[in-house]
Design a protein around this ligand. Structure first.
Ligand code: FES
Ligand SMILES: [Fe+2]
Length: 435
């Protein structure tokens, strides 16, 4: 079974000695049980919360570049309502929605060459909130003194990212190792949306109507692949992944990783390395048969009961980004009720369990005091512990792990699928450990 390099003690469990309300029944009856609670440091993402301030120290994706067209978009991220727009010169801006004059929502603003114009009295704001015009009083220099509240943006790899933390702590935008020097026949594809996913994407990535940690926990949960995805109602991924793995859990420089080994019939070893990067990134190898490096993804809280999920993946130019889904069990004919995921009934979800029902089934927000973690949860516990430690660092005025301000900022992707010989030397695939 799991080879642990950590113990699982990051989540509180009920303790009769410290809770006078708790009088446990010796046979486990429900009566007398204390009310359960959330781990607040994990679940909160609003401004001035411990977790929310950590998330604000990193660049976060908010939309695909190709979604930001000729009309403003309402975006909620980390509990903040914002308006995203692209001016006619192609520059994106992200501003507080209420016009600073008298509060008209800029979602109704007019896009112009250099910014967005409030429709009420015509004040024009550029992508950094500067007021360029007050057309009803063209001589008034007040416009030079004011600023529509704004956040900086960067566009990379087909995604729009924002930094929502203090200006003096704004890190460089990181480079991502697997997208450096990619071969000419490859391109980086962005998936995700400021809108809820639908179709196949919804089936695999789930909805967005529960706390982001229930989704993020799952990236460090290699054993649910054996239960949920391989045993409960057939093989949902590919046959290799139905083998119960031996798993090693490790901290990295900026996160946690699991190294999963499955012995194949011919004695070779399938290695699946999964990785999380502080504070909300993951690198997760394909659940298909292909060998190679993982891409990178972000689980971005909208508020405490919903999130968005964005991914980047290098793939052959022009290929259908969903083509590798064809070999995956849950997308084959005969798996599931055969209707759009949005239309599944309770009975469908009871017959065809997915990540969605297991994670949403933990509630809108998980009750961590109810949990009883065991060795299979080691990496999840490590991830939670690391997140809270980094959040405490920020609360104490320090910089969190990973961020760089004036030296190269590289996120090293180690995750991927490989095949090894019995001495665990790489035969084929991606060995991120050599980075
Ligand atoms: S309310 Fe926006 S310009 Fe007056
Ligand atoms: Fe899963």
């Amino acid at each position: 079974m799991a080879q642990n390099t950590e113990t699982t003690n990051s989540t509180s469990t009920k303790d009769a000695s410290t809770n006078p309300q708790f009088s446990p029944d010796p046979n486990g009856r429900l009566y007398g049980r204390p009310s359960a609670s959330h781990d607040q440091k994990l679940i909160q993402s609003a401004p001035a919360t411990t977790g929310g301030e950590l998330l604000r120290r990193y660049w976060q994706p908010i939309a695909r570049s190709d979604e930001v067209k000729d009309l403003p978009i309402a975006i909620t991220i980390l509990h903040e309502d914002l308006v995203l727009f692209r001016d006619k010169n192609g520059q994106c801006g992200l501003v507080y929605p209420r016009c600073m004059h008298r509060g008209t929502n800029l979602i109704y603003g007019k896009i112009e060459a250099n910014g967005i114009r409030c429709p009420y009295h015509g004040w024009l704001f550029d992508s950094q909130g500067r007021c360029l015009e007050m057309p009803c009083e063209p001589e008034n220099t007040y416009k030079d003194k004011i600023r529509q509240p704004w956040y900086p943006l960067e566009e990379h790899y087909g995604l729009v990212f924002t930094y929502m933390g203090p200006a003096e702590k704004q890190p460089l935008f990181p480079r991502i190792s697997v997208f450096e020097n990619i071969s000419e026949d490859k391109e980086v594809i962005a998936t995700g949306s400021y809108q809820a996913p639908s179709g196949r994407q919804a089936l695999l990535a789930g909805y967005q109507d529960y706390n982001w940690w229930q989704f993020y926990d799952n990236f460090m949960d290699p054993f649910h692949v054996y239960a949920l995805h391989s045993s409960i109602n057939g093989v949902q991924f590919v046959d290799i992944l139905k083998i119960l793995p031996k798993v090693k859990f490790e901290y990295t420089d900026d996160g946690v990783r699991t190294i999963q080994h499955r012995t194949l019939e011919d004695g070779r070893v399938h290695q699946r390395l999964s990785q999380t990067v502080m504070p909300n990134m993951n690198c997760t190898a394909s659940v298909g048969n292909d060998l190679g490096p993982a891409g990178v993804s972000w689980t971005v809280p909208v508020n405490d009961t919903s999130f968005r999920f964005f991914s980047l993946q290098a793939q052959t130019k022009g290929a259908n980004p969903l083509s590798n889904f064809e070999e995956i069990g849950m997308f084959k004919p005969g798996w599931g009720p055969g209707i759009d995921f949005d239309d599944w009934t309770l009975q469908d979800h009871q017959k065809w369990q997915t990540d969605y029902v297991t994670q949403k089934g933990q509630g809108d927000i998980n009750l961590h005091s109810d949990e009883h973690l065991t060795p299979i949860d080691t990496a999840t516990a490590m991830l939670r512990r690391l997140f809270k430690k980094q959040a405490d660092k920020v609360a104490n005025g320090e910089d969190p792990v990973g961020v760089r301000f004036d030296e190269p900022y590289l996120i090293k992707v180690m995750a991927g699928n490989s095949v090894l010989n019995t001495s665990l030397e790489l035969i084929d695939g991606y060995d991120g450990r050599t980075l």
